[in-house]
Write a protein that binds this ligand. Structure first.
Ligand code: FAD
Length: 305
């Protein structure tokens, strides 16, 4: 199913993000995660790219299986900056052969020692290649608080227009904790004439290490109540789990009340966190459009053929 169509039919579109294992030996654990996440009736699950440096094979494999066996639409991430043109083209073809209909076209972060490897320099160039040889529906990333490489937010939005011009039909934001920054960003993006749906990327913070790694890397502004929460619970694992998921629930409820197009939950492959957040927002989520086909039902279907 084409994910952009979903945005025409419901609001908000609810999606979950997972990452592949570093090695194929971790696949079983990822599928257990998917099985648990399927219970949350997401409209689609996105699978990140880059963990194993395997040319996107695991991303493609997992995204393909999410569609085939779990009956959930998948969005496969693809990056370009650390791969050659040949590798990128192979990756797109591999995903196409695997019936992936939706991709998130990304530049990727520049890896030390690999500078200059990529022949595509920005996500818009990748999006054009995907259109040319893949024909998939294309999504892109955007940054409510500005991309770290960008000289200004204005320049960032100008660059965002290149992505839209290259065929990007929907956007997913970098994580953020300050909804006001998101609302202001959406207003600016709309004033710039960009009218594709924008999903808000939300990451529940439930571990102290996430603050040090993920949050600091993202450059997201930390509101005072968020900082107070971390300070209060930094040495209390259970307390931080509950306060961190509550914070995400509050953020999402406010976003939905403000008419957000989509909610994209960074699950960090932890179904317990995703479930806790889902419980707090499910009353505001419209039903999934396509009936979820359970793994057992699918297996019976295959057996009957
Ligand atoms: P771009 O759109 O190319 O933008 C990067 C910078 O270049 C920005 O400063 C922008 O303003 C500027 N720019 C853009 N286009 C042009 C142009 N034509 N000319 C000049 N300047 C330009 N990383 C992974 O490795 N794997 C993943 O799976 C992954 N998933 C992600 C999912 C989401 C929702 C988000 C928000 C990020 C994800 N990332 C992932 C991280 C992402 O790769 C980095 O943030 C990366 O630094 C930028 O990627 P981009 O696609 O936004 O790049």
């Amino acid at each position: 199913m084409r994910i952009p169509k979903l945005f025409e039919k419901k609001k908000p579109v609810f999606s979950l993000e997972i990452f592949p294992p570093k090695k194929t030996t971790g696949l079983e654990s990822v599928y257990k995660t998917v099985e648990a996440l399927a219970e949350l009736e997401p409209d689609y699950i996105s699978v990140t790219y880059g963990a194993g440096g395997d040319g996107g094979k695991l991303t493609s494999e997992i995204a393909g299986k999410i569609k085939r066996e779990y009956g959930i639409e998948a969005l496969a991430h693809i990056t370009c900056i650390n791969s050659t043109e040949r590798e990128v083209k192979e990756m797109i073809r591999e995903m196409k052969d695997n019936n992936i209909e939706n991709v998130l076209a990304l530049r990727g972060d520049i890896v030390e020692g690999k500078e200059g490897v990529g022949e595509y320099h920005h996500a818009n160039e990748l999006a054009i290649e995907i259109q040319r040889i893949g024909g998939m529906q294309i999504f892109g990333a955007c940054y409510p608080e500005g991309h770290p490489d960008s000289p200004s937010k204005e320049q960032d939005i100008q660059n965002l227009k290149y992505k839209i011009g290259a065929g990007v039909q929907g956007l997913i934001t970098q994580l953020f904790f300050d909804n006001e920054a998101f609302y202001e960003y959406v207003r600016t993006v709309r004033r710039a004439g960009i009218d594709v749906p924008i999903s808000a990327g939300i990451m529940p913070i439930t571990k102290k290490t996430q603050v040090e790694r993920t949050v600091e890397m993202s450059g997201a502004k930390l509101p005072d109540d968020f900082k107070a929460m971390i300070k209060k619970y930094q040495d209390d694992e259970e307390g931080l789990f509950s306060a961190g998921t509550d914070y995400a629930v509050k953020q999402i409820r406010d976003l939905i009340e403000h008419g957000v197009d989509g909610v994209h939950l960074y699950t960090m492959n932890t179904p317990e966190v995703a479930s806790a957040v889902y419980e707090g927002i499910k009353d505001l989520l419209p039903q999934r459009i396509e009936k979820h086909v359970s793994r057992q039902e699918k297996t019976r279907e295959y057996a009957a053929v």
